[in-house]
Design a protein around this ligand. Sequence first.
Ligand code: CU
Length: 139
Amino acid sequence: MGPRREYQTLTVVRLIAGGLVSTALVGAVACDADPQRVRIAAQDFRFDPAESHLEADRPVELLIVNEGREPHEIASPLLSDSEVIRLAPVEPAQARQGEAYRITPGKTLRVTFQAPAGTYFIRCRIRGHGGMAGLLIIE
Ligand SMILES: [Cu+2]
């Protein structure tokens, strides 16, 4: 499966999940503007925690800290989806490599965004790091 096809598959999964969650939360009002902070450790070779839960339509500050000895990266619809509002540039900006961001050992990547409900995959695409995958479940 090529990268383009895979992205489309992920988008469909996200839209389906988003629809289900939206239905379940009808009537809920999200008006709290305090950012939700999430810290995910990129380890050799997994994300910890592998699953995080967040509230939809509220600002999120996502920190990905490389605690390993290997470089890791994050690729996610969160970084490319047009429905995700990026509230600040990704830091450090020079970490960008195509559709992913590379994080060297000891460094932290900061992504500040607001997203509609859905299930967002994150993964490391570096060869041999195939087990590095996680989910941000926004509901
Ligand atoms: Cu990796």
